[in-house]
Design a protein around this ligand. Structure first.
Ligand SMILES: [Zn+2]
Length: 431
């Protein structure tokens, strides 16, 4: 048995635990679901939570034994809306893809060091980046990539300038901006774009389902794409056993998306009561974000057009939260930071306290988001995570302070997190 005392620090190097047992003693467990803590001990074997017990657990031979010293043990956090490949500052937008990759790697590190063991990329990041994380080439959370966002011509993912010709019309590739979006018009192009993403390794599909703030050509009220195109995307994704998430704000857009099979709405800030009811009735998720909308106006180079659109959607934020609560809509935890804004990550945890209790926020960032990730069905080959339960993946955080009483302790993860474990690998140990 190797006993680690509080004076010993393993540091930031990943300690491969996949052939070993780790016993975490004396913790108060937040299991990801219940608002109350329960005192106990947790044994991890081969990256899986083997035993959760109120009584002392005998350490297996060779086990690493950690004294949790009565800290709170939580499942690792999950963010349902990232854009790893969308972090070039505006001044670097036209730089080569390697620069976007460097920013993506910095963001991935920031996330894991902040206790986020899983993220769903809401488009733009190639699935190869998930493979690079899995291979250990890039340090970061488990990544569920959507591949290139699928957008109609002139839609929210059309990043061209007004005078640029349509690439397909001039014999080029329909992929824009380092393959972060793909122009698809009509059922056939939509089927191909979705299948191409799935072929590349996307675990779910992102479509642009209505006007957006940071794009140039599409007013917020615009409907994108046609019902037949939405159904094509849903069918191609469904044939792989997975689902479509769609960017949208307005009631009209969300109704069209839900009626044609989309299972997860991104943002949704302008929906009305009847639409929220429809969403709830169809078990559709509304993954929304607070901080990004409150800070976008500070982005260098944001245009007057973008600012005007921002004002319109931001006005709907409070009403959307009210509807999410009223109809008990699954929302999870999501951020949507772009152009380097990801350093505000933990602000999304703390600002939610305006509307939700610390326990509710912790549930959103763990078990509730994990349920959304699991909508990929049989494509999930990473095991079940997001709760502290026997047989589940050992994504674990040991937290200093009382996050269920004051979520703001998580604002500074460097001091707040004493231990970060991803699938049994200790990536940080300050015990
Ligand atoms: Zn986004």
């Amino acid at each position: 048995m190797i006993r680690i005392t509080t004076a010993v620090c393993i540091g930031f190097l990943s300690v491969t635990a996949n052939a070993q047992s780790i016993l975490i003693e004396n913790v108060r467990i937040f299991n990801g679901v219940d608002a109350r803590l329960s005192a106990g001990h947790v044994l991890v074997v081969d990256g899986i939570i083997r035993t959760v017990s109120k009584s002392t657990i005998d350490a297996p031979d060779g086990a690493l034994v950690l004294d949790g010293a009565n800290r709170v043990l939580s499942p690792g956090f999950i963010d349902l809306h990232t854009h790893l490949a969308g972090q070039n500052p505006a001044s670097m937008k036209k730089y080569h893809a390697t620069v976007a990759g460097a920013h993506a790697a910095s963001m991935a590190k920031h996330y894991l060091d902040s206790g986020f063991t899983t993220i769903r990329d809401a488009g733009g990041t190639h699935p190869d980046f998930a493979r690079a994380i899995e291979a250990g080439t890039v340090y970061g959370p488990r990544l569920f990539p959507s591949g290139a966002v699928v957008t109609q011509t002139g839609g929210h993912g059309d990043f061209r300038s007004a005078h640029e010709p349509h690439p397909t019309l001039v014999g080029g590739t329909p992929y824009l901006n380092h393959d972060s979006s793909v122009l698809a018009d009509g059922v056939d192009q939509t089927l191909m774009a979705v299948r191409e993403n799935l072929k590349a390794g996307a675990t779910q599909i992102k479509i642009m389902g209505g006007g957006g703030v940071m794009s140039t050509f599409d007013p917020i009220h615009s409907l994108q794409p046609s019902p037949a195109e939405i159904r094509a995307a849903v069918q191609a994704a469904g044939d792989f056993g997975t689902y479509v998430l769609a960017h949208a704000y307005t009631s009209e857009a969300v109704q069209r998306l839900v009626e044609n099979g989309v299972k997860c709405i991104e943002h949704g800030l302008l929906i009305d009561d009847a639409t929220a009811k429809l969403v709830a009735k169809n078990d559709v998720v509304v993954s929304t974000q607070l901080v990004v909308y409150r800070t976008l106006q500070d982005l260098p180079g944001i245009s007057e057009t973008n600012l005007a659109k921002l004002k319109v959607v931001l006005a709907g934020q409070e009403n959307l939260i009210r509807l999410i609560k009223k109809y008990d809509i699954t929302t999870g935890f999501a951020t949507d930071f772009i152009q380097g804004g990801y350093t505000m990550l933990t602000r999304e945890l703390t600002e939610r306290a305006q509307y939700w209790t610390p326990a509710e926020i912790m549930v959103q960032a763990t078990s509730e988001s994990a349920k959304v990730i699991r909508m990929i069905g049989k494509l999930n080959r990473w095991g079940t995570f997001g709760e502290i339960r026997e047989g589940w993946v050992a994504d674990l955080l040991l937290i200093n302070g009382e996050p269920l009483e004051d979520i703001s302790v998580l604002r500074d993860p460097d001091n707040a997190l004493a231990l970060i474990m991803k699938a049994g690998d200790i990536v940080k140990n300050r015990l």
